[in-house]
Design a protein around this ligand. Sequence first.
Ligand code: EZ4
Ligand code: CO
Length: 405
Amino acid sequence: MGSMISSADVVVTSPGRNYVLLRVTTEDGLVGWGDATLNGRELAVASYLRDHVVPLLVGRDAHRVEDTWQYLYRGAYWRRGPVTMAAIGAVDTALWDLKGKAAGLPVYQLLGGAVREGVYAYAHAFGWDHGELVASVDRRLAEGFRAVRVQFGVPGLDAVYGVHLGAAAYEPAGRGRGPLVERWAGAPYLRHAPGALAAIRDHVGPDVDLLHDVHHRLTPVEAARLAKDVEPIRLFWLEDVTPAENHHALDLVRQHSTTPLAIGETFTTIWDCQELLVRGSIDYIRAAVTHAGGLSHVRRIADLAALHGVRAAPHGPSDLSPINLAASLHLALSTHNVAIQEYMGHPGEAHEVFRTAYTYADGYLHPGDEPGLGVEVDLVAAERFPYEPAYLPVARTVDGTVWDW
Ligand code: EZ4
Ligand code: CO
């Protein structure tokens, strides 16, 4: 009784960066929130939801989370893809939030309860040169992080993924203009990266977990060489070494090194993950709650990964809202084979819009014990931050050929 969905609305707000949110309301006045943000292509998901999904939600039983997922996935006939799956992810997440609020329980309790005391978190560090990177790593260690992702400048390249351009925080999506063009060349990167990472290992000693994200740029044989060259550094993982569509590339990397491999932030369904998991080509699967169909579907991906000794580590960038991070934390606290959560934080203005129950202390995150996901959205504050078009950068090689960004 009282659980019928009476309305659903899409909220687009841009506190420091663009977020697309879904609010689902039941006839008894409960509100559930989902995140539908697809960085650089935000309004496509807003339209998918507003024009095609919201009319199907009104009148449905909010408690039928699984049936709604199947209805939206199978019922559309056109399956998978980032726009569809972010929309389904937002609905699924909002319905779990509602179910938790109706039950008076945090979502992690509905997913089976806590399997750990806290969620191991990694933070981002970056610098153009060794000195700047060391200072950034040291700040993270002082904040209590024991796992740090390190990104560095490369001599000969004037912009690289993961390193700030001017302003203090790293933020790739440029608002109010077309995409920034970054130059890419594999050879200088491959010459520089092993030494840059080794220098950070020397600085932090053996006990800090170090991660590095290559962001899908290397060819298969270049990736194999890098994984081999960095083996003595004992990375926690090397992320996205090759473009994510070519699963066989990772077999080559695998054959040449024991460096742990992570991939999957651009995957949208369990079907994208299946081959890599079954073949044993990776160690960590990065599918995000928002982008891969919500809590229901990412739990399924984690379960398939568990069969193959692979751990889940859902993507947690600042371009997904605190609603996504909260959902990811409920999943991580209650799912045996989640290894670590990326914790990039959010722009200062976002904290004016989102009130969050999750906490961070001493290298660990916890989703908190408020009913549902534990995130409330201040709609008056959200109105103060109107949408501005934004684009992620594109990469070109030195002769001008478009490359993978
Ligand atoms: O570039 O979320 O591991 N984190 C990442 C991110 C992605 C952005 C793209 O929107 O790779 O920084
Ligand atoms: Co990444």
